[in-house]
Design a protein around this ligand. Structure first.
Ligand SMILES: Cc1ncc(COP(=O)(O)O)c(C=O)c1O
Length: 336
């Protein structure tokens, strides 16, 4: 299979239309067979539930070319399970988890020419999503839904690649207690748009949210979880209002089982973050992006950037994803 003629090493994080996508429709209480299509646009009623009441949720995951030339996916079963959780919370029909993984495999296989080569620093980003399709004018869930997965080759999420990030402690909130912060609902991102544009205008890379009930604990950023390091200990927030990041859960296991680190998953007070030595954002898109500085209303807290522990975590995690380091059982789904 011949790869597309793309300058893989200079890709940003943007949408490039690829050849095929997976589509399945839910109607009269059941999902249809589903399958691949080359049609990259969607036609729907002006009154579709997703357009009026934002009934949509999504996932984000990646396919990689490994050192020995295989195409693989990282823990797609966890994306399937998280999407099922999102759907249940949004009163949407669950797309069967096994079928989700099969659909991911089909989509990647059909776009194999778009999977960036090993060593290019780029990957194939996959976006499974679902939305309420039919007309709804009273506030209620839709009756009909579409599940879709498209693929697009991407480079680093943050401009400047591995340059340490500067975050600010946000004055605005991302997630309410007993709200939707723990699922991947489109609405969580819609309400963060004002704040991210403002952060960029003020010279920050991202907003770091605190818990909205007490504003005393660290939560996450708009698109990634956060990890801190002190000595040989990895510390990461435990909260019911953050997204359960698959990358963060993997890093916790890598830290314990591969690097012999202590791990604390617990509430992290805003007034203790100046005691950590290293910090990073973690997620499918962010991978592990080192943090150089967190600004709390004029108070600047600095970190080592790509310090020794964050570097080790990064090298081990990406080594597992790219097939250089043996993965724990079940983490790597070989596609071809
Ligand atoms: C709000 C938020 N937190 C955390 C993450 C990281 O999750 P994951 O590691 O599963 O990609 C994401 C998505 O990447 C996100 O949108």
């Amino acid at each position: 299979m011949e790869k597309k003629n793309i300058d893989w090493s200079n890709l940003g994080f943007g949408y490039i239309q690829t050849d095929m996508r997976y589509v399945s429709n839910f109607k009269d209480g059941a999902w249809d067979e589903g399958g691949l299509t080359d049609k990259a646009t969607i036609e729907m009623s002006e009154c579709a539930c997703v357009l009026q009441y934002a009934q949509t949720c999504f996932e984000g995951m990646k396919a990689y070319t490994t050192e020995d030339g295989k195409i693989v996916c990282f823990r797609p079963d966890l994306n399937a399970a998280r999407m099922a959780d999102s759907c249940r919370q949004m009163k949407m029909p669950v797309f069967p988890e096994e079928k989700f993984v099969e659909a991911v495999i089909e989509t990647v296989r059909a776009n194999a020419a778009w999977v960036p080569p090993y060593g290019s620093g780029a990957t194939l980003y996959l976006r499974p999503f679902m939305f309420g399709y039919d007309s709804v004018i009273g506030v209620k869930p839709a009756n009909e839904y579409q599940f879709r997965i498209f693929a697009t080759p991407v480079g680093p999420y943050f401009k400047g690649g591995i340059k340490p990030l500067t975050l600010r402690i946000s004055d605005l909130d991302r997630a309410a207690p007993r709200g939707t912060g723990h699922i991947k609902a489109g609405l969580n991102y819609a309400m963060s748009l004002y704040n991210i544009v403002d952060a960029h205008e003020q010279g920050f890379d991202e907003n770091l949210y605190v818990d909205s009930a007490t504003r005393t604990h660290i939560e996450e950023t708009g698109g990634a979880n956060i990890i801190f390091v002190k000595g040989n200990t990895l510390v990461t927030p435990k909260s019911g209002t953050i997204l359960p990041s698959i990358t963060r859960r993997s890093i916790v296991q890598v830290a314990k089982d591969y690097l012999g680190m202590e791990v604390e998953e617990r509430e992290i007070r805003l007034d203790e973050i100046d005691q950590f030595e290293e910090a990073g954002l973690c997620g499918t898109a962010a991978v592990i992006s080192p943090i150089g500085k967190i600004v709390d209303h004029g108070k600047e807290i600095t970190y080592a950037g790509m310090g020794p522990k964050i570097q080790k975590l990064y090298d081990t995690l990406t080594g597992i994803q790219m097939g250089r380091i043996e993965a724990p059982e079940g983490w790597i789904q070989v596609i071809e």
